[in-house]
Design a binder for this molecule. Structure first.
Ligand code: PMP
Length: 359
């Protein structure tokens, strides 16, 4: 091959990859960014300076080593990891989801998750060449117990994902149904607590009752979406298998130090999460009083709403300077739904007036 023409993709790149689209990130310059469940607060100025000094002093000439173990220990403590459990870090929980699919690629393997749910569960199955079974939620976005148990019996999934709470519906499902799913699972169950800072309960105190349940969390919603740290907690022998497929040095020394620093100042982030939970209630009240809008309960830093015409509302809000996520095309149950991230009090006020004017 000597021509400078682009090479033929067929026969080199997988056909399904050729027909895929890369994960789309909405351009947001100049807009109030309420589309990705980020914490709207930056690090306070005094902490920015301290972190800058800490990062500047790092040995960037060395591969990540001890700092990663320090962060693993700090996260294990922060999450109250049970005895006999271990923790593995990912470059965001997105990476952990891919690693789990890779480690569990046994013949006939299958990933099962309720739908609508987080897109990476299905994508990890597709990329690894595994079957994905999506089980529809009820019209009010609750787990369909019979459908879940039926699908588990029929497909014998290797991995089940239960988001706790779910994205994009923002709700926490019934624990009694989750326990039945956990008991019926023939393989791994991953409880995804990405939104834990905003949730009214956690699975952490129950995780040690089972030998096949993993708890996944991220620092993204805590306030470090730009840092990319996810973590997976589970029985040692199980976590060890995922760790074996992890690329060496997957967490940079800069990321690890920034995350350690944030944990040392967890009170700052906890206060921000508290304020966002209060703001969520303010938003809920305003949305429920808005004619034509249905808002569902939320245990996360987002609220799912249904409006008469989601595309019109999305475009109208964008033209008024507010970026949210139009999730209506993601799943038939989400027809005319928008996902609104909870922002600062000022951002929320502007978002509400943009929505009202765009219905
Ligand atoms: N799980 C859920 C349910 C999510 O909504 C997200 C991101 N929005 C993630 C995992 C991934 O988070 P990250 O890769 O930033 O850790």
């Amino acid at each position: 091959m000597s021509s400078r023409d682009p090479m033929p993709l067929a026969g080199v790149f997988r056909e399904d990859v050729q027909s895929m689209h890369a994960y789309a990130i909405q351009p947001s310059a100049g807009l109030i960014k309420l589309d990705a469940m980020e914490n709207p607060h930056r690090l306070p100025a005094s902490l920015q300076a301290q972190l800058g000094a800490r990062l500047g002093a790092l040995a960037l000439n060395r591969y990540p080593a001890d700092g990663i173990n320090d962060l693993r220990a700090a996260l294990a403590k922060h999450a109250r990891m049970p005895e006999g459990f271990d923790i593995v870090l990912g470059n965001g929980s997105d990476e952990l989801i891919s690693l789990i699919a890779m480690a569990c690629d046994v013949p006939g393997a299958c990933i099962l998750a309720p739908l609508p749910g987080f897109v990476m569960y299905g994508m990890s199955a597709q990329l690894q060449g595994l079957k994905f079974v999506g089980v529809p939620l009820t019209a009010d976005f609750e787990l369909d117990e019979a459908a879940m148990l039926g699908a588990i019996a029929a497909h014998r999934p290797t991995i089940i994902y239960i988001a706790y709470p779910n994205n994009p519906t923002a709700n926490l499902w019934d624990d009694a149904v989750i326990e039945k799913i956990v008991e019926a699972a023939p393989g791994l169950v991953v409880i995804d607590e990405a939104y834990q800072p905003f949730a009214s309960r956690s699975y952490i105190d129950r995780v040690a009752k089972h030998g096949h349940v993993l708890l996944m969390r991220t620092m993204s919603k805590f306030g470090l979406a730009g840092v990319r740290i996810g973590y997976l907690i589970g029985p040692k022998a199980v976590v060890e298998q995922v760790d074996k497929v992890r690329p060496p040095y997957n967490i940079s020394v800069l990321n690890a130090e920034a995350a350690l620093f944030a944990l040392e100042h967890a009170d700052v982030f906890d206060a921000q999460a508290r304020e966002l939970r209060e703001q969520r209630e303010v938003l809920q009240r305003a949305l429920r009083a808005m004619p034509g809008v249905k808002a569902w309960p939320s245990d996360a830093n987002m609220i799912l709403v249904r409006v008469p015409d989601a595309q019109k509302a999305f475009d109208g809000m964008k033209s008024r300077g507010v970026l949210v996520k139009n999730v209506s095309k993601m799943h038939p149950l989400l027809a005319n739904c928008l996902r609104l991230t909870v922002g600062t009090a000022d951002e929320n006020t502007r978002m509400l007036s943009a929505l009202e004017a765009s219905l």
